[in-house]
Design a protein around this ligand. Sequence first.
Ligand code: UT7
Length: 328
Amino acid sequence: MTLYAKITGTGSVLPPRRVSNQELTLELASLGIETSDEWIVSRSGISFRHFACAETLTSDLATQAAQRALTAAQLDPQKIDLIIVATSTPDHLGGFPSTACVVQEKLGIHNNCAAFDLQAVCSGFIYALSVADKFIRAGMHQHVLVIGAEIFSRILNFKDRGTCVLFGDGAGAVVLSAHKEPGLLATTLHADGRYRNILCVPGSVGAGALQGQAFLHMDGPAVFKFAVHVLDKVAQEVLTLAGLDTQAIDWLIPHQANLRIMQSTAKKLGVPPEKMIITVDQHGNTSAASIPLALDSAVRDGRVKAGQHVLLEGVGGGFTWGAALLRM
Ligand code: UT7
């Protein structure tokens, strides 16, 4: 029998502290940094973001999102046989032990299931979904937790107004299970390391000390140009792989980085604006968490329904980009 992978539950979480553009503008002014609600909204579409408190770890957000996805899927956590956490802000320096192993412990899963982190920055959730799909279709795993979780505020330089107003914290998760009917119809992944320096954290650790910088660096206009160039192409590519066309898309869920990039992609694809799920205004850019956060909010408010086609797509540091076409 052919095996497929299907999303059987979604969940997400945002840290309680919700920061408006006005509040952030005042905070930045106290550091001598000038910005405005008008600039942030007109350039990015962002009005709010959530910031985690100092005690919260990425694994805490990932665990809460996973618990909600497990509840929605009505699945006993002990049935999970693989956990993948897409993150660029893992709990531990060097990324080990992996955040996925910490999540396994926090969820109380004691079945020795496999667990690992996956690093593809803002495309991380698409990459993780694609990997989980292959593992399920190969018959290797039955129930996979695919999580995107970030505390990007930890790597923001609040003296760099070109980046610190854009990002936020949060987590989203799905339970992806083996199924007799197709759920994940197609995925496609890409990377081009020649563009690695336009969005990066230009630091490393050596001799027990930080070398370089631990802050996110972004050449905004270059990233903007790159994203606009690849996003409609990768969406067309995943549709072709699934043997469908744009008319089949019920919902478009792009990575939530910039409303102008999202609108331009939808327009190029010929997807009407009302078919695009938008959370960037409320969440800012939460990197690997942005797509599962948007998916979960649209599932929970009843827009995304069983049987509908949902196109997910992302682009981020590396550079990486990819898309996934789902039948819910
Ligand atoms: O998650 C991965 C994907 N990431 C993205 O997709 C982000 C892609 N890039 C972008 O979203 C946009 O490039 C930004 C929102 C980052 C910037 O928008 P932009 O229209 O490309 O603006 P810019 O960087 O060209 O800056 C325009 C002006 C500059 O001033 P001058 O040189 O024209 O005098 C900046 O210094 O805006 C200034 N500026 C600001 N002004 C007020 C930059 N940041 C701010 C700010 N407040 N926060």
